[in-house]
Design a protein around this ligand. Structure first.
Ligand code: BDP
Length: 682
């Protein structure tokens, strides 16, 4: 047991009432197998039954015996439409499903409009059984809340992964596509089981080699991946280089208003759709961190995105255009170019100018996936433009999968954040699911954390982030704890005592990580480039726009309206005032918005400097405590899984001390202020 099966390990259901109930209903299955997705659902079902109940499921019906029935409304077993009423049938939507246990018909039925709904239904039923749910009262319609539920890979063709912490790519090696259909299918199964319906397979930084993905030479390889994904309801997307028309020497410009350039993309789209009829579309990082883009030609981002959108439109394709656009060669004297302001300043004025098949992809915060940032003020501000929220599952700034950091609580907090866009009660989750402004396309995207490591994510517990992201993108109402609890049961089996420990560790981990790393929302105290480990001034004297401004008197970035960069003014309603005033700004974001003396007293009653000392001592202690908490699981979960995590946690504990000592020492030396508790500072 290596962790490879992840949350589809289907641990045996322990004997007892629930097992008896499952055995009673699950011996037989009926499904119409004319469709590859339904076949995939059936295969999954059989696999689950074998593993959970030791059942070799029989297909077809033994007269009158209880059974599982799978099918779509229009094809297959007519019983499907008998078990559900018309209202239910109408309400499942394109990707949802209905599930019901009917004693009258002696079946548990899963019905949907499309085969993928049936597949989602099967995964749902397996999850219910994996968490020992009662099946006999089942009667519900389940639909995804978000239309797009995307995963972004940052894999490079050479096999490396930008910000990857779980080994090399399982898609490519040495500028070739890896031919491992089984692993790819297992990946598709894992993703689909959480509800993912779109995957972009290459890095947003598209280098020369990956530009070739859209050339005839490689299209058949890309199509092969798309074929695998298709069975699991996943559409394939590609990141493209904005200057691609110039790469093969075809053209000498990539100007989006140039007719030849437009024609080049139109022809390219036609080629792509010939190879992959359900191709999802393009992801574009333009004019950012030295990537090409429309600015080169004096055009704006609507010009750029619309040009690509026009090419994809006849085929139903989407352009996902990233808002991570900022000047990475900053001159701080021009405060108005504050990096935090950039996404809003670039895109807010363009609201309403994008074509209908363009979706803007906005990072959750204004900077870059720090352990703590405010929510991007663009959420709520774009009334007439489709958009997605972008999260980062890969733990670039949150411990690189060497530290435990369950990110679902962070994502939940962001999704619940009230933007005030339409007055009180306009949370990000309603912006993101498209309901607040009535967007046609919307949802979530996230940079994935998987690689070739046997357990996919390096740190076994980082699987919970991958699982959690998928589940949250399907249903943002799920609580972080409920997701942790599902994941734990599905991965380790049902053992309530063990589950309690794992869930609590997951739930505490984000706060622990935050405590011993960058304090009070200031961010960026990491080593440049690879971003692992403490380095308070690592980014302080560079051009990236990532400062903390610590001197001997104080620390923090003044982003207020009157004396700072004015960033606080990008928020709406109460948020603008709340952040702008040093009195009302929440402690955890204080240094993001304000420059204050070390002696400034927080709402918690502590001074900033004492807060820094205390949280760093506590955080390092809690990290050490994680090792003990985990050790109480020895013998209660499989050793092979236990050992993987024990190893990582030990490393985390050592490393948390390094963070503690570097941060505390730095601020002790800068400020000259003693720790009130007289603990050791080097
Ligand atoms: C930053 C990463 C960088 C990415 C960039 C992006 O450090 O590797 O290319 O974001 O999102 O977090 O484009």
């Amino acid at each position: 047991d290596s962790g490879y099966e992840a949350w589809l390990a289907y641990p045996a259901v322990p004997s007892g009432n629930q097992r008896d109930q499952y055995l009673q209903w699950c011996k037989y299955v009926e499904a119409d197998t004319g469709n590859t997705t339904i076949r995939a659902a059936l295969t999954e079902w059989k696999r689950g039954m074998q593993s959970m109940l030791g059942l070799g499921v029989l297909e077809g019906q033994e007269s009158g015996a209880p059974r599982i029935i799978l099918g779509t409304w229009n094809e297959g077993n007519p019983l499907i439409t008998t078990v559900f009423d018309e209202e239910t049938i109408r309400s499942t939507g394109p990707e949802g499903f209905a599930i019901r246990c009917s004693r009258e018909h002696q079946c548990i039925a899963i019905g949907a409009s499309a085969p993928v709904g049936v597949l989602y239904g099967v995964f749902h039923l397996l999850r219910l059984m994996g968490t020992l749910a009662d099946l006999e009262e089942l009667d519900e319609v389940i639909r995804p809340v978000n239309g797009l539920r995307m995963i972004n890979h940052w894999d490079n063709f050479d096999g490396s992964i930008e910000r990857g912490y779980a080994g090399r790519s399982f898609l490519y090696e040495n500028n070739r596509f890896i031919d491992e259909p089984e692993r790819l299918r297992d990946y598709a199964r894992l993703m689909s089981s959480t509800g993912i319906n779109g995957i972009s397979i290459n890095n947003v930084n598209v280098h020369q080699q990956e530009t070739l993905f859209i050339s005839k030479e490689y299209l058949s390889d890309v199509a092969r991946i798309a074929d695998q994904f298709r069975d699991y309801g996943i559409r394939l997307f590609l990141s493209v280089n904005f200057a691609a028309p110039m790469h093969g020497g075809d053209l000498d410009t990539a100007d989006p208003l140039d007719p030849q350039v437009r024609q080049w993309w139109r022809a390219k789209a036609a080629e792509l759709y010939e190879a992959i009829p359900d191709f999802g579309g393009f992801i574009v990082k333009a004019d950012s961190e030295n990537r090409p883009g429309p600015f080169t030609y004096g055009r704006n981002h609507a010009d750029g995105a619309n040009m690509l959108a026009e090419a994809l439109e006849p085929f139903g394709g989407l352009v996902i255009w990233r808002c991570f656009v900022y000047n990475c060669k900053q001159d701080w004297r021009d405060r108005k170019t504050d990096r935090a302001r950039a996404a809003y300043d670039h895109f807010k004025p363009l609201d309403g100018q994008f074509k209908d098949n363009v979706i803007l992809q906005i990072k959750n915060g204004p900077m870059d996936f720090q352990v703590r940032e405010p929510v991007s003020p663009l959420f709520g501000a774009l009334e007439k433009t489709n958009h997605l929220i972008e999260f980062q599952i890969t733990q670039e700034y949150t411990g690189q999968q060497r530290h435990l950091c369950y990110l679902v609580p962070q994502w939940k907090e962001i999704l619940e954040f009230d933007t005030y866009a339409k007055g009180e009660g306009s949370p990000v989750k309603r912006v993101v699911d498209g309901s607040l402004w009535g967007n046609r396309c919307s949802g979530m995207a996230a940079v994935t954390n998987v690689g070739r490591d046997v357990n996919w994510t390096g740190h076994l517990l980082a699987q919970a982030n991958l699982y959690g992201y998928g589940r949250l993108s399907w249903d943002p109402e799920l609580s972080a704890e409920a997701i942790a609890s599902e994941w734990t049961a599905l991965t380790f089996g049902s053992n309530p005592d063990a589950a309690r420990i794992v869930i609590a560790m997951l739930m505490d981990s984000w706060n622990i990580y935050e405590s011993y790393t960058a304090p009070l929302g200031v961010g960026w105290m990491v080593n440049p480039e690879h971003h692992y480990g403490p380095n308070v001034d690592g980014y302080e004297y560079s051009q990236w726009g990532t400062y903390h401004f610590a001197d001997h008197q104080g620390i923090g970035v003044d982003r207020t309206l009157n004396t700072g960069t004015g960033y606080s003014g990008q928020y709406m309603g109460l948020n603008a005032e709340r952040y702008d005033s040093v009195e009302s700004c929440p402690d955890e974001l204080l240094l993001f918005f304000h420059h204050v003396p070390y002696t400034h007293v927080l709402h918690s009653g502590k001074t900033v400097i004492q807060h820094i000392y205390d949280t760093h001592f506590e955080g390092a202690e809690q990290a050490a405590e994680l090792v003990n908490r985990w050790s109480s699981l020895k013998g209660r979960i499989a050793d092979s899984l236990y050992d993987q995590v024990a190893e990582r946690l030990k490393g985390q504990a050592v490393h948390a001390k390094e963070w503690r000592d570097q941060i505390n020492t730095y601020f002790y030396r800068k400020s000259g202020i003693e720790d009130m508790q007289q603990r050791t500072i080097y």
